[in-house]
Design a protein around this ligand. Sequence first.
Ligand code: ARG
Length: 573
Amino acid sequence: MATLEKLLHDRLASAFDLVAGMPTSPGVRRSKHADFQADGALALARQLGRKPRDVAADVVRVAQLDDLCTSVEISGPGFINLTVATDALASLLAEMTRDERLGIPSVAAPDTVVVDYSAPNVAKEMHVGHLRSTVIGDAVVRLLDWLGHRVIKANHLGDWGTPFGMLIEHLLDIGESEAVAELSLGDLNSFYKAARVKFDADDSFKERARQRVVALQGGDELTRRLWRLLVAASEKYFMTVYDRFDVCLTEKDFLGESFYNDMLHPLVDELDRLGLLRESDGAKVVFPVGFVNREGEPLPLIVRKRDGGFGYAATDLAAIRYRTQELEATRLLYVVGSPQRQHFEMVYEIAREAGWLRPPARAHHVGFGSILGSDGKMFRTRGGDTIKLVDLIDEAVSRAAALVEEIDQLDDAGRAEVARMVGIGALKYADLSNDRNKDYVFDWARMLSFEGNTAPYLQYARVRILSIFRQGGVTPVRDLVTLTVSEPAERALAIELLAFEGVIAEVAESLEFHRLATYLYGLAATFTTFYEKCPVLRAEDGVRDDRLALCDLTARVLARGLGLLGIGAPDRM
Ligand code: ARG
């Protein structure tokens, strides 16, 4: 890492270590009062029982910052304010223009990351919960992949379990070809509902469904074939949704629950051998350390049900073992709604106790809140039904088409492509720009607005920059050795551009994409100010190239940032 913030951090860290006699965080961050501010002296002073300003003064005395800063001052209770030298800014920025990767190298020690995401259920429509998992998971995949990690996408399709008895019976009732057509065309909800209605109303159907589950689990030839039909038809349909939504998932990534079937018996045996398995009410369970219910009693994870069947939890235990042992994953990510947090925490704990999850391997639940309607309740159709993801995609694209109707430099196909990027971008960005841990309110008008923190705003900001180049008939210069940043607005933009790497590093760890969104939005705003204050095409010769370089870098960071979020950047809008 060669970014400014990192350089300042490293230099100050050495100074802090000297003063403290132990590793100490300098606490460098951007600041309104100077370019950067370090507040590490406050915490250190508390530890040492000294005055913060004195500690800060000691740090400043030993810190080697001459080549990086023009001014290093102590302010307030003991902050260190840093003003960066223009030369340092200029050469870092010039380096960034020359770099395909915008100053962000591939990681030196790549992780093998398994990203468990999307995970819809066979013969069930993807709903808004899957929207969040799909959008967030896809951003995780794109970011970590770009950083050079080995990324394995695991689409943990719900393709097993008791509902298949009723689904297969219903398939037999309406006929194979009819059923396959209905499912492949995406009429998943009506298929599922019809099966459900019969199941609830008709006792003989219910009985047939029960026997069918037994046949399925017993490996009955015909039943297995019918089951595969259902799964294949659903997978085919889900693929059309992913394609329409610019999601990286492919057919190869379906690693459904059924994939782990054969591993379940050995899993139970192993848990037993390890002494982790307990009997409870006839079921086989594990009590992970540290989990209790409201009454303070140990909380079990059911591995094998009383009827001998395996459930969701057993499959997740088998999956985590498979991922660490067979796939050799070092980072396991589960992009699943927050209500499942405890389930995953229990799975991780058991995996740790069983020795399947050992450092450096780590598991992390990338949870998320709900999408709400304008009434603040769960987002549903007017009729109270769950909303289909495809309907949202279609509506987003058609609303976007109305917005881009007037681009006269494009033909119909070109406009349709832009509408897709804008519509899909708006939908994804509305999700990703919100703190994933919180709920958010779904709002078409807001997400498709050209103002505010939206995808269309950022896409348009980039298009405006590209049009500067078109207007001037110039191409960006990317081989500058250095460039001048003298105006305050240029400085501000330079510092903002150089902050990209720090943001990416932070998001790669926290997987909180709203931080990247906020950064891109801030960058676009900083650019706007720069463009108002500093003429580009009309600037004198030397200055013009340097400003064009700033424009070009901004456009590239915007496109890269959006791309990492799974959002396209059209060249014209
Ligand atoms: N199919 C599940 C659902 O729709 C999500 C699966 C999440 N992944 C997992 N490994 N459990 O809620």
